[in-house]
Design a protein around this ligand. Structure first.
Ligand SMILES: [Zn+2]
Length: 284
């Protein structure tokens, strides 16, 4: 077997892993806003409550061979379930490609980095769908993940992985992320007397800081704001309902974080360069 083929088999496994976790992601999206356990009981039809058999729980494929209907009551099952599974499968596959570019990188440090970034990716996709539907970001996918981010950064540093911030950078990133957005919200409150964003967004940016370090905070916030403005204005025009739309900000932060995660190595030097140029400007 060629090394190339072996690599693609590993990458495909990562994708399948993502599909399976995508299935669990659906469970989190459906149950966490209702404070139900994500481990017990097993999945059931949302219409009739019949428990879903293990062979009908295969990601994406089961939905297809069931024709998008429950086996027991024949009521339709939302296409969102296989879509979320497929999305997370693809994202996990791409993450593997991103963190582990070829066979030479398959070792403990790089696999640990893949799992660590995978945790973040899971949180990003889950909070996107939960925030879109319920206008909340669960603490599990924001502030409670901060210790995981810091511990992961420490572990990766110890293992010799260089693609992540140091644990100190991770701590500072979380503080800057949470603090910066809290300040923005405070300012907005002083000027407009209304909440532009919620505490959920503050906690989410703290998590992003823990994974990416302080340098990433500003570009992520910028990208999220630009994307949010474009979508917000487009929706407002198409609905002719004025600009008072309740559009959650979490999904845009998650999108910006995903862009940073996949293109960060391209973006980071550019940002560092700009910050350096700015400092020079102020210094001279
Ligand atoms: Zn049913």
């Amino acid at each position: 077997m060629t090394a190339d083929l072996a690599y693609w088999i590993f990458a495909a496994f990562a994708g399948v892993f993502g599909l399976l976790f995508g299935s669990f992601l659906n469970v989190c999206v459906a149950r966490m806003p209702e404070d139900r356990s994500v481990v017990w009981p097993g999945s059931a039809c949302p219409t009739c409550g019949t428990a879903i058999k293990p062979y009908d729980n295969v990601p994406v494929l089961a939905w297809m061979w069931l024709g998008g209907k429950c086996r027991a009551c024949k009521q339709p099952i939302s296409a969102l379930y296989p879509t979320v599974e497929a999305l997370f499968g693809v994202l996990t596959f791409l993450l593997f490609r991103r963190v582990i570019p070829d066979l030479a990188y398959i070792d403990t440090a790089y696999l640990a980095a893949f799992v660590w970034y995978g945790w973040l990716l899971f949180a990003l996709v889950a909070l996107t769908f939960i925030d879109l539907r319920h206008y909340i970001i669960p603490d599990e996918f924001s502030i409670y993940s901060v210790p995981v981010g810091v511990a992961g950064a420490a572990l990766l540093g110890w293992l010799g992985y260089t693609g992540a911030p140091t644990w100190q950078g991770s701590v500072v990133g979380a503080l800057v992320g949470g603090g910066f957005l809290a300040a923005v919200i405070g300012l907005y409150w002083l000027v407009r007397r209304q909440e532009g964003m919620g505490m959920g967004d503050v906690k989410l940016l703290a998590m992003l800081g823990a994974w990416f370090g302080p340098v990433a905070i500003f570009p992520i916030l910028m990208m999220a704001s630009i994307a949010g403005s474009i979508v917000g204005v487009t929706l407002a025009i198409s609905r002719r309902s004025g600009l008072q739309l309740a559009l959650p900000f979490g999904p845009f932060l998650a999108l910006a974080a995903a862009i940073w995660l996949y293109a960060g190595r391209v973006l980071e030097p550019a940002v560092t360069l700009r910050v350096g140029a700015l400092l020079e400007l102020f210094g001279s």
